[in-house]
Design a protein around this ligand. Structure first.
Ligand code: 8YV
Length: 329
């Protein structure tokens, strides 16, 4: 008797060795050309599948789930899962998984790199040099803000926020302040050398503010014109969380009018489009959503997503289920 293997859709191009491993367990259809499928095409391709490996750009909602009656699990190759409608997935009995832990330190490295690049005006200075405009030394050429010994503010103190706090406190002698939905246990605060403050105090006191909170209805535009107005005119803002947490139009205005000194952004509202106002101002470092992008970490993320599919279908239990979705078959 031949037993049919579960059918899996790999919705974006990923490491071929991970796809090969999936093929030893499943019947796999993979998006090797990496075409950006729209919602209708994704639904069509998922209609006869039992599981999917997605990235943060495929929306899994009630409409899609209604068209995919066999679907039991969606394994996101991302720690963020704002592309999941968790209630709709739970209603449909579909498990969602994400990739926590494996990207924490790499993403924190990048967050810190953006703090440094933004405060020290590194890309602005490089553009100047490449344009052949460097004629002589001058005392205030690209003079930026101090990082060591300054106050680091962190909004969203999960695993990545804590890893950034440790870098700031232990590596750069910074005073670390944070705000989070819930306050951390005293021993975690002590280890991160981080003090809990209100959001208002965080905005007012941070010299460098880093956003690392998940994107939800509550965190939409958590940083808008009013919040930017509370920040120091010398402060910098770094967003490695999600587009939509910052009101990009308000930020572009604040940067243009120098109401804050500079920003470093890895994520954007409506990405891959970038607000035109952000492209016009010099005092912003812009990167295309690459905070987790080292070869080793991206491989670990893809492997964990694949492991979730394998554990779910072989052992009946996903490894890293998203809270609110069912963990088991
Ligand atoms: C991903 C991310 O590269 O893990 C996340 O939440 O934002 C990034 O690491 C991106 O979401 C693609 O899956």
């Amino acid at each position: 008797m031949t037993v049919n293997k579960p059918r899996i859709l790999v919705a974006r191009r990923i490491f071929p060795e991970v796809v090969e491993r999936l093929r030893t367990h499943f019947e796999v259809q993979s998006n090797d050309e990496d075409v950006a499928w729209g919602a209708a095409e994704l639904a069509e391709r998922l209609a006869d599948k039992d599981g999917a490996l997605t990235t943060g750009s495929q929306r899994i909602d009630a409409q899609l789930l209604a068209a995919c009656p066999r679907l039991k699990i969606v394994a996101n190759m991302a720690v963020g899962y704002n592309n999941f409608d968790v209630d709709a997935m739970s209603e449909a009995g579909v498990v969602g998984t994400n990739t926590p832990d494996v990207l924490t330190e790499t993403t924190a490295d990048f967050g810190f790199a953006l703090v440094l690049a933004t405060a020290r005006r590194m890309t602005e200075a490089e553009h100047y040099l490449r344009a052949g405009r460097w004629q002589h030394w001058s005392y205030d050429m690209f003079a930026g803000a101090e990082v060591h010994g300054s106050t680091l503010g962190i909004l969203g103190m999960g695993r990545i926020g804590q890893a950034i706090a440790r870098r700031g406190a232990h590596g750069f002698g910074m005073r670390v302040l944070y705000h989070n939905r819930s306050r951390l246990a005293p021993e975690v605060e002590a280890e991160c050398r981080a003090a809990y403050v209100s959001k208002e105090d965080l905005l007012a006191q941070a010299d460098h503010l880093v956003l690392v909170l998940p994107y939800t209805a509550e965190s939409h535009h958590a940083i808008g014109a009013a919040e930017l107005a509370r920040m120091k005119p010398t402060a910098t803002l770094v967003n490695i969380a999600r587009g939509g947490i910052v009101d990009d139009a308000a930020l572009a205005r604040a940067l243009k009018e120098r109401r804050i000194a500079a920003a470093g952004l890895d994520v954007f509202e409506g990405e891959p489009s970038v607000h035109p106002g952000l492209l016009e101002v010099p005092n912003v470092v812009l990167t295309p959503h690459i905070a987790s992008a080292t070869v080793a970490t991206r491989l670990a993320m893809a492997s964990l997503a694949a492991d979730n599919l394998i554990a779910f279908f072989k052992e009946g239990r996903a490894l890293t289920p998203v809270p609110g979705t069912a963990a088991t078959t």
